[in-house]
Design a protein around this ligand. Sequence first.
Ligand code: SAH
Length: 426
Amino acid sequence: MTTGTTWQEANTNGAYQQALERIAQGVSAERHEIGLVLSPETAGDEFGLLEAAHNARLGNMGRQVHVRGIIEFSNYCRQDCLYCGLRRSNAKLRRYRMSPEQIVEAAAFALEFHGFGTIVLQSGEDPGYPADAIAYVVKAIRQLGPAVTLSVGQRPYEDYELWRKAGADRFLLKFETSDPNLFKELNPSTTLDERLQCLMNLRKLGYQIGTGIILGLPGQTRQMIICDLLLLKELDPEMVSVGPFIPHPGTPLGKAGATAKRDPARLIRATLRAVALSRLMVPLAHIPATTALGVIGKGSRDWVEWAGDYILKVLGDKGGSGWRASAGDWSDPRALALVCGANVIMPDVTPKVFRDSYEIYPGKAGSDGEELSGTIKSIRTMVQNLGMSIASGRGDSPKPQFTAKRCPAESRSGITGEGFGAGKEV
Ligand code: SAH
């Protein structure tokens, strides 16, 4: 594919456009069509995919961006995933564990800076927290106002049940890859079946569930990615997360040599295409512009010209010229994700003393000493430059079972036509 070709000049391919339309309309999810759409041969086709996803996002989720604050409260982990810096075999990591009180304090502190509608609590799989310690934290943070998303890995049904009763609204647990063999290879201490069973348990308990994949894992084939997308469609989760693989030198997949042939620009574009297809195949999902995407963007500028052409196409001169004028803003591909299907961004609000040690992969955005107020400001600028606004409210799934339950009186009367958490402009 040629870079620098403007979208108007680029050829489009009839079969590609047809498959894209069928997927966008929900008419088809044939493997060969997903495969075709995943690998466009012209810039015009690729932009067509991204723009179709952007339109689906606008149609289903509106123009707003949900900003969720994430607290990474412990980096202890009982699992030994080959890609992750928190794996238990990584002896070089300085481990930390915030106390329940520290976690609640961190949430309160973050909420002073920004009215986050959701606080996400993430950790390694840390058996150091009994279920009732997490329940205490959930309850206390819910009392401060926001919705709570947990992302603490695989736990027994009873724990999930306790946390749900304590007020946890959502749970994020990525299946990472839908291929059972690759999963087992990369996550030797668990299985894909066990992970999917956890997701089923969470769904049964009434959580809004989030799941997703890592893109660009060693051993991951195109056929596997097609299966990933089909599994996402089948699960129909309320949140979908697609992040690029970033090698960590303290893991078996980050050893020298394994990373020699990496091309960040290619991976960024492949990730954006997978984000776009996720939007088309799971239209009502909240989709984050992932932190990992922000991180690989720092290592490459090769995608920037291409990104400029796309921004110009999708936003017109208004967005394009503003973006072209401020070169600094181009270094973050999360902005691109927000115009090809994604509608959520999750700044790290972990207290600074711990932040650097939550090293899933190296170079995490926000771990470079950035202050929270500065982070919020740059997100606001990014969102404004895209002609979008930051949503207020919890940002629940727009599916009726999750909006109606929050405010039965309002949904019964039908007066406002706006469910709780639909989010007013700020
Ligand atoms: N223990 C929790 C949180 C894990 S960390 C859980 O299991 O859900 C959150 C996510 O980071 C993981 O789901 C994985 O998709 C991602 N991740 C881990 N290592 C990564 C790497 N090297 N590159 C990109 N993403 C990674």
